[in-house]
Design a binder for this molecule. Structure first.
Ligand code: HEM
Length: 444
């Protein structure tokens, strides 16, 4: 190879090679936006289909966005050399769902430092504490049921009370009306992130109330430490510092405390979807009950993959990046399609079928190792990347619910609307999983 050719090769490599293509753009007319929004979780897949390519660019209200999906794309997305989260999250989402200046918005050393506080809370001993507490609280709540109830409502309150208690908050101080309101507020912060302007404003108000409540708790925890509870979330965030060793401002500590409480209460949605998996038709219930010990965790992983929850994750490209043979220019605003990745035919066999057996023998790799194939709660490494800090709390919660719904109680399933609308965030069956506990069948 002569020098001239070699220089050309180097240059081509640097540019991503001669075959790297420009991301195809799909033109969206203003009149089509409403229809597209109704595609909900399937929207990005529709856009890919429009251009017949795995990477697609679209413009919504003058903002260009590039959508990527799949295991390989996720691996590249999580590499901090390629993408940053800084400035990528839309303001409406920060104002409701995440709150400002929380761990989700940090990068580099600051992110690692803050993320350790979260991951240190998730020790095996504390996970056992959580499991035992939730098991007790769910039993108490189900024992009390008499007549028809919504699995959604019941999960909402049980999860809220449990995560507060686990975090070191004295729930017994509050009357039931206050507890109900606080529990509902956690869901409203989530559902108002992507919704109508009226619901969004309600979400902002509900976040303000929740933050005020959490700030008061942090202040009190700073003034009156509770010996023995140093490793509980309330006291961990009350005493958390920044990289210079200064205590976090009260409002930031409150946002982080809510970053434990709100997403745990969000599990209400998965528990309602579990109602769908088990009771909308009988086959999954029967398959699971017949071999519960072996299928419990594969069932949970398949639930996390199959049902839609977190739709997409945004980031900004910090350099030119190549994905699936397409060049994503530096500074592009990019979203990783979470739902699309979990339903990617290139890596998942028959992705539209619910098949819990696909995860037999693989459950530990999915939820305890670095991974990018099934990213319902994000992917990558827990401590160094933005992967969800609550994946293990999620697993414990789903184990407790699955066990009680399948093994401990029996239910009659009243007539109801099991439809799961794809254009609602977060989504769950329209009737919120109605059940009637069979009092004659409770096991000791
Ligand atoms: C309802 C089930 C849940 C879902 C679907 C979910 C999903 C996610 C997703 C998609 C992310 C973003 C990943 C990324 O940016 O790369 C995330 C981040 C996060 N989640 Fe969850 N999550 C759930 C439950 C939980 C629970 C139970 C907790 C806490 C106990 C939690 C705490 C967090 C935190 C703190 C982050 C930010 C991590 C960071 O930026 O480093 N999540 N979650």
């Amino acid at each position: 190879m002569n020098m001239k050719n070699m220089n050309k090769k180097v240059l081509e490599f640097y540019k991503g090679g001669p075959s790297v293509k420009q991301v195809p753009e799909t033109k969206i007319k203003l009149t089509e936006i409403k229809d597209l929004i109704h595609q909900g979780y399937q929207l990005l897949g529709e856009l890919r289909e429009d251009v017949n390519a795995p990477v697609v660019k679209a413009k919504f209200l003058n903002q260009a966005i590039i959508a990527i999906y799949g295991e390989e794309a996720a691996r590249i997305f999580y590499d901090a050399k390629n993408f940053t989260r800084e400035g990528a999250m839309p303001k409406p989402v920060l104002k409701t769902l995440f709150g400002e200046d929380g761990v989700q918005t940090l990068e580099g050393k600051e992110h690692h430092h803050r993320k350790h506080y979260f991951m240190d809370l998730m020790s095996p001993e504390r996970m056992d504490d959580y499991h035992i507490l939730l098991d007790k609280n769910l039993t108490e709540a189900l024992d009390k049921q008499d007549g028809e109830f919504e699995l959604f409502d019941l999960s909402n309150q049980v999860l809220f009370n449990t995560i507060c208690e686990w975090s070191g908050i004295h729930v017994e101080r509050y009357d039931s009306e206050t507890l109900e309101k606080l529990a509902r507020n956690q869901i409203s912060m989530i559902s108002s992130a992507i919704t109508s302007p009226t619901d969004h404003l309600k979400g902002i108000t509900d976040r303000k109330h929740s933050e005020k409540w959490a700030k008061d708790l942090i202040k009190e925890a700073r003034e009156h430490p509770d010996p023995g509870k140093e490793n509980h979330a309330l006291y961990v965030f009350a005493n958390a510092t920044d990289l210079d060793g200064k205590l976090l401002p009260v409002d930031v500590a409150a946002v982080e405390l809510l970053n434990i409480i709100r997403p745990t209460v969000a599990l209400t949605v998965w528990m309602t979807l579990m109602g769908h998996a088990l009771f909308a038709q009988k086959s999954i219930y029967e398959e699971l009950k017949a071999d519960f010990d072996n299928l419990q965790d594969p069932f949970i992983q398949e639930m996390r993959r199959y049902y839609p929850f977190f739709p997409m994750l945004p980031a900004n490209a910090v350099r030119d990046v190549e994905i699936d043979g397409y060049k994503i220019p530096k500074d592009s605003w990019v979203v990783l399609d979470v739902y699309g990745t979990n339903h990617d035919e290139r890596t998942i066999d028959s992705p539209d079928a619910f098949d819990m057996k696909r995860y037999i023998g693989k459950t530990k790799d999915i939820s305890y190792e670095e991974q990018y194939e099934m990213i319902a709660q994000g992917g990558g490494k827990f401590r160094e990347m933005h992967r969800c800090a609550g994946e293990w709390i999620t697993l414990h919660s789903m184990r407790v619910f699955a066990d009680q719904l399948v093994n401990k109680y029996e239910f009659t399933v009243p007539e109801q609307d099991w439809t799961i609308p794809m254009d609602q965030f977060p989504t769950y069956p329209n009737s919120k999983a109605l059940l009637i506990k069979d009092t004659s069948c409770i096991q000791a």
